[in-house]
Ligand binder design. Structure first.
Ligand SMILES: Nc1ncnc2c1ncn2[C@@H]1O[C@H](COP(=O)(O)OP(=O)(O)OP(=O)(O)O)[C@@H](O)[C@H]1O
Length: 684
């Protein structure tokens, strides 16, 4: 168990959606210290970091430049399209692509990033469309008020649905989305007031400052304004404090909770955002079509939105546009072509699209946008690759799409000027020698197995305590009970005088407890710097709206500067912009320590921090931990490397078969025949 890691760190094909680093029984992989850079004492690292950042800028500068030119060109084409003498059909297509992309953007957040699959987004489109259609056509309400009303109706319905379904896991959530997609659609189709299957006719056109948006060319700008604003807001969100928490939802919830994140709250937020984006699309749809009926809001359309997301790249913001565009254009062409080819009418395009989806899942599961990014990264001039900074690799660059990786730019700003960024406030450490952690007859049973059997000990502020014992002794389970990852069967845990037994880990984290995990838990497609910054979650305040409006930059700079500082402290600064999933096990463990330190803890729980490190790295890590102790931090560590433990700890608790065998100084423990017997597996 102890040498296990959560994923293949050197896998070149890093998934753009978070994988499952939280899985407790992840496959074992050999330790690899090769890419580990020696730990450096605090302060020595600054020059190296600056050099790495300077080296980095030439590659990313080229990419940024090319990216900006491509984006500028795309915007120019978008802006000019309605002014050009192109067929009306093109404009209609572009309008639908913009409206579809809005819904798919929600799916990028919900499914691609947060890992919550929904087949029901079309129902939210329907809520937005029907609300404005009903109010504006029957009651003469302004369509702009209809937008607001649609958003409110969607918000209420999504809140209720989210509250009921978002605690479900596995296959149950997608099944639940199918259920509510069907029931919402049938409800709409059977209400007299909504015109049943005939729907509502005579929906008025939108007007803006007295200008009618009745024709396709004039509403085009509004549709694309909404779509692009949605995309920018989603990108901003993903590149922020709440964004990092959202990106943990896809497979790192245990870790995120231990860093103080309420993962359920963020699931609800993402669900609401996706529903609201769909509702805006529905509002536009109603005023483009000037009529609504239930069929565009059914389950089939819900599946097609997911299809678009997968085609474009389910975790990629710009992939939403690619997916919507490719889907709409191919579907329309097939609708024209297939009946002519086959000589009869029918929805043959569905069959072809189904086959295309299966082939895409097989050969390009990440979607077209990430595939295009990979291709352009490969075509990148070798000159630029030659300037790649220490610690990064081509795969990191190529896979750094996730569009979630928009985050890099501000981070560079942040770490580029750490001296001008005010440091985050720090917690007052408890007085040295006072009891900080009291564990009293703590017990955990897994069925008939007593993993932790009435264990008691007290850790005092400012000391480093070791928790050792043979494999299976119950050390990691004890860690999980103390930190709230597992709930105790009985017993009591007190942190700084506060009873925390039964508290969830995010609540305990607020008291200043931070931890690392026996099996590294991280977000592999986020950079090392971002992973570490997630540790500082509780030190920030910026919420979702602030992040989407980009009003969080000052705080974000502080968080990033703090993350950079902690990386420097443990000698990992050269890896700051590398994808965490590309690190070897040793650096991943160090990254976890930096992440825990980023929370400014009073008590640090380290589960096998030295595993995967080379001798010099272990010695440097021990130096860093001693330095932390000097600064007043208290540390409880589980470790199998006896030299490391004996040279570092003040006191040691030895466990065997779930019970506390003894407690004493390193010398007392080393001299104990009982401890030796426990390790040798003999009677005592
Ligand atoms: N979730 C679980 N369900 C059932 N049994 C578990 C669970 N977690 C741990 N155990 C069992 O509890 C016992 C203690 O496990 P634990 O991981 O705490 O030991 P450890 O001292 O940390 O061992 P190692 O040094 O090998 O990591 C083991 O027998 C283990 O198989």
């Amino acid at each position: 168990m102890r040498d296990a890691m959560t994923h293949a760190a050197d896998t070149p094909d890093v998934p753009s959606a978070p994988s499952a680093p939280d899985a407790p029984d992840a496959p074992d992989a050999p330790d690899s210290g090769d890419s580990t850079r020696p730990l450096q004492p605090p302060g020595v690292a600054a020059a190296t970091a600056a050099a790495a950042l300077a080296g980095r800028s030439s590659t990313s500068g080229w990419k940024d430049h090319a990216g900006r030119i491509a984006a500028g060109f795309a915007l120019l084409v978008l802006a000019a399209l309605p002014l050009l003498p192109v067929p009306e059909f093109w404009i209609t297509q572009a309008n639908y692509i913009g409206m579809f992309a809005l819904v798919v953007l929600g799916l990028v957040l919900l499914t691609g990033v947060a890992g919550l699959t929904s087949f029901g987004q079309a129902a939210f489109v329907g809520l937005g469309a029907y609300t404005t259609a009903l109010l504006s056509s029957r009651y003469g309400v302004s369509p702009w008020l209809g937008l607001f009303a649609g958003l409110m109706v969607t918000l209420v319905v999504a809140l209720v649905l989210g509250w009921i379904t978002l605690r479900m896991s596995g296959h149950y959530l997608p099944l639940a989305t199918i259920a509510w997609a069907l029931s919402l659609n049938y409800t709409i189709a059977n209400l007299d007031v909504l015109g049943k299957y005939d729907g509502i006719l005579g929906v008025p056109a939108l007007e803006f400052l007295g200008v009618s948006l009745a024709d396709g060319r004039s509403i085009y700008y509004l549709i694309w304004l909404c779509a692009l604003l949605g995309a920018v807001a989603v990108r901003h969100l993903l590149d922020s404090r709440p964004g990092r928490a959202i990106r943990a939802l896809g497979g790192a919830t245990v870790m995120a909770e231990a860093m103080g994140v309420s993962t359920y709250r963020y699931k609800v937020i993402v669900f609401l955002l996706a529903a609201l984006l769909a509702s805006v699309s529905g509002w536009l749809f109603a005023h483009v079509q000037r009529t609504v009926n239930p069929s565009p809001f059914g389950l089939r359309m819900g599946i097609e939105y997911l299809f678009m997301a997968v085609v474009g790249g389910v975790s990629s913001v710009w992939g939403a546009f690619v997916g919507a565009g490719v889907f709409k254009i191919i579907e329309d062409q097939l609708k024209e072509l297939l009946p002519r080819l086959l000589g009869s009418n029918g929805n043959f395009e569905i069959i072809v699209l189904g086959v295309v989806l299966v082939l895409m899942l097989k050969y390009a599961p990440k979607g077209l946008w990430p595939a295009a990014r990979l291709l352009t990264a490969r075509l990148q001039p070798t000159r630029a690759l030659g300037h790649r900074p220490v610690g990064t690799n081509a795969n990191a660059n190529a896979n750094a799409d996730a569009d979630a990786s928009a985050q890099r730019r501000p981070h560079r700003d942040a770490v580029g000027a750490p001296s001008t960024t005010a440091a985050l406030p720090r917690r007052a450490q408890p007085a040295r020698g006072t009891p900080l952690l009291r564990v009293d007859r703590l017990r955990k049973q897994f069925g008939g197995l007593v993993a932790v059997n009435d264990v008691s000990f007290t850790l005092h502020a400012g000391e480093i305590m070791g928790l050792i014992g043979p494999n299976g002794a119950g050390k990691s389970t004890t860690f999980n009970l103390i930190s709230g990852v597992l709930s105790a069967s009985s017993g009591r845990v007190e942190m700084a005088g506060t009873p925390v037994t039964g508290w969830p880990s995010r609540r305990i984290a607020r008291l200043g407890l931070s931890r690392t995990f026996q099996h590294v838990k991280m977000i592999p497609d986020m950079t090392v710097l971002e992973n570490v910054a997630l540790g500082g979650y509780l030190r920030g305040r910026s919420g979702t709206l602030k992040a989407m409006l980009r009003l969080d930059r000052a705080e974000e700079r502080q968080l990033m500067a703090e993350a950079q500082r902690q990386l420097q402290r443990i000698g990992m600064q050269d890896h700051a912009h590398e994808l965490a999933g590309n690190l070897a096990l040793g650096p991943q463990r160090l990254m976890e320590i930096a992440r825990a330190l980023c929370s400014d803890p009073a008590l640090l729980l380290l589960d096998e921090p030295a595993a995967g490190l080379r001798l010099k790295e272990k010695q440097a890590l021990a130096d860093v931990l001693r330095q932390l102790r000097q600064e007043g931090l208290s540390i409880l560590l589980v470790e199998h490397d006896m030299d490391f433990v004996m040279g570092l700890t003040d006191r040691i608790v030895v466990m065997e078969f779930g019970t506390r065998l003894m407690e004493g100084t390193p010398q007392e423990v080393q001299a104990s025949p009982a401890v030796r017997a426990a390790y040798l597996g003999t009677e005592h």
